[in-house]
Design a protein around this ligand. Structure first.
Ligand SMILES: [Cu+2]
Length: 105
């Protein structure tokens, strides 16, 4: 009985997955109607923060992820965590000519 309890406990410990944590953070600067870097490569679980350093508001529209930020004013930020691998293109909803891409590995 004691042996069974011990192995059950051991199994439980082995089966409980490590708490998922973000691998880190990354920043994309918005300035002069440009996202930089235009193409960002990150590891899965990374939280990306867009920082608007431009004089006018911009938004982030990530169609594939159903993400649409509110207007990001000058010196404000918007963050989103990428939990799935893939290549994600986004635009500014106010200026659709502004393109960017996040590659999640
Ligand atoms: Cu914009």
């Amino acid at each position: 009985m004691r042996g069974l309890t011990y192995s059950t406990l051991l199994m439980a410990c082995l089966l409980i997955p490590a708490v998922a944590r973000p691998d880190g953070t990354a920043k994309i600067k918005i300035d002069n109607f440009t996202f930089s870097p235009t193409k960002l490569s990150i590891a899965k679980g990374t939280e990306v923060t867009w920082a608007n350093e431009d004089d006018i508001p911009h938004t982030i529209v990530l169609t594939a992820n159903n993400v649409r930020s509110k207007a990001i004013d000058t010196d404000k930020t918007f963050s989103y965590r990428f939990d799935k691998a893939g290549t994600f293109s986004y635009i500014c909803g106010l200026h659709p000519q502004m393109h960017g891409q996040v590659v999640v590995k």
